[in-house]
Unconditional design. Structure first.
Length: 225
């Protein structure tokens, strides 16, 4: 850190404008680069303790956004808490269908920036992808090399016909644009046509009881879809 930077208040660069990463798209969304490593044997939510071997698993952010805002606000501090794990998924900042597109683009930018930052710090990073309406397809898959391992969540996507249709349409577009070597899905993937588009690994979701996390089958075992 330069002497000039030391004299500035701690939040002087809240947009991280002083640390920009390579981008291959016109929006400047940072690139999460291709990395070759094995899929995690288990995944666990950010800030939830597990007795599983950390180097065999990955941390995910399929949570309410406020629970992991520190990944953006304090990326170095968050990194220190994640260093021991074999891999980490990029923060799943929400792209709700009723969000203005500008907010959705910003959350996509933050997702990729954090991933690029972690890669720059020698972490194994799995880009987490999400989408809303077809209007989001122009930017929500930007910022990753083709052939990457990617992560998605299917939670709340199959509860009604509208959500299911949007999920299926976005999934097919994701495959078309990113050509992933592996899709890691948090939750079920019921559509056999979607399963045939790329290799898929599904991970069981968790339930909460009295404020404590209940692990499915004792640990977060993965299964082939």
């Amino acid at each position: 850190m330069t002497e000039e930077a030391r004299k500035k208040p701690g939040n002087f660069d809240s947009l991280h404008a002083s640390q920009l990463f390579y981008s291959s798209n016109r929006l400047g969304i940072p690139q999460v680069r291709y990395q070759k490593f094995d899929p995690p044997q288990w995944i666990a939510p950010y800030r939830v303790r597990t007795t599983a071997e950390p180097e065999q698993g990955a941390i995910h952010f399929f949570l309410d956004d406020y629970r992991f805002e520190t990944a953006w606000n304090r990326p170095r501090k968050t990194l220190m808490a994640l260093k021991k794990y074999g891999a980490v998924m990029t923060p799943d900042y929400s792209l709700f269908t009723d969000y203005p597109l500008s907010m959705q683009i910003w959350n996509t930018y933050r997702n990729r920036w954090v991933g690029a930052y972690w890669q720059h710090q020698s972490m194994n990073v799995i880009p987490c992808l999400s989408w809303s309406t077809p209007e989001s397809f122009e930017f929500c898959f930007c910022g990753l090399d083709k052939g990457c391992m990617v992560a998605i969540s299917s939670l709340a996507t199959q509860e009604d016909t509208g959500h299911s249709a949007l999920f299926c349409e976005g999934y097919r577009e994701m495959i078309r644009q990113t050509d992933p070597r592996q899709v890691l899905c948090y939750g079920t993937l019921a559509d056999d046509d979607l399963k045939s588009l790329a290799p898929v690994i599904t991970y069981p979701t968790r339930s909460w009881k009295k404020g404590r996390l209940l692990w499915a089958n004792g640990e977060a075992a993965l299964s082939q879809a």
